[in-house]
Design a protein around this ligand. Structure first.
Ligand code: NI
Length: 257
């Protein structure tokens, strides 16, 4: 069974058929899903999904582009959510300079604040970092993120950066981009990273793999990513599924629950 470590089933793209689709996941070979909050609102929906479906867990956090209006009261609320039994991570949090909004100083402030939250509630973090490689790494080193642990989701940097995060004990999140013809950099990272440090993710509804590129993504597309990774690693797709599932359980510390 495949473990989808990063999905957004709360997204409006699933409003038409959310229940049917989620119900169909186990028969489609998807064993576990972590739905990831990206705002206060989606963290709330994430918690509802995690409570409702036994094979769902949730992550609570605010995406860098959504941090503009955050307050300390919101952090208190988030802390309460983090104590819910089915919440397994703080995320997604980080820096996004592609959408330079809100300004970088604000993004950094709430990134640090949510790293502190993760440390306090003893949960791993899900890091979103886009076009912000140096600042993300500097900030995480400053906060001793290696003591917190987690995953660099939708990894988009090169081998050098991958080495930095692997040295800090982080997992590398790999999804549909691995199947893209312009996904050369990620293929190099996938070849470089040890198989016991890679986890599979969709980031659905975004980033559907080939042959469904451009359509709405779902966890049911993950076999295509597993197949592409199997080719790179020279193992079977089954081995990829088993090992990445084991990794995901370690990442989210599911055995300790
Ligand atoms: Ni995401």
């Amino acid at each position: 069974m495949i473990f989808d470590t990063h999905a957004h089933y709360d997204d409006a793209a699933f409003d038409e058929d959310r229940e049917e689709l989620i119900a169909a996941l186990p028969a489609g070979g998807i064993g576990t899903v972590v739905n990831v909050g990206a705002s206060l609102e989606s963290t709330k929906t994430t918690l509802e999904l995690a409570r409702r479906y036994p094979y769902f867990y949730g992550a609570a956090g605010v995406h860098p582009n959504e941090t503009g209006e955050l307050t300390e009261r919101d952090m208190e609320w988030l802390k309460g959510i983090c104590r819910e039994p089915k919440i397994v991570a703080v995320g997604e949090i980080g820096l996004d300079y592609h959408w330079d909004e809100p300004e970088r100083g604000v993004q950094k402030k709430w990134f640090v604040r949510q790293l502190e939250l993760a440390r306090e509630v003893k949960l791993p973090v899900i890091i979103h970092s886009r076009e912000a490689a140096k600042d993300t790494l500097d900030l995480m080193k400053g906060e001793r993120a290696e003591e917190i642990g987690g995953v660099i989701h939708c990894f988009s940097y090169g081998v050098e950066m991958a080495r930095e995060y692997l040295d800090m004990g982080f997992f590398i999140g790999i999804g549909g981009v691995l199947t893209f013809s312009n996904g050369k950099k990620l293929k190099e990272v996938a070849a470089y990273a040890p198989l016991d440090r890679i986890v599979l993710e969709t980031d659905c509804p975004y980033l559907a793999p080939v042959p469904n590129r451009g359509r709405r993504n779902s966890s049911l597309n993950l076999p295509y990513v597993a197949e592409a990774l199997a080719e790179i690693k020279g193992v079977t797709r089954e081995e990829i599924e088993i090992q990445t599932c084991r990794n995901a359980r370690r990442l989210y510390r599911l055995e300790e629950r």
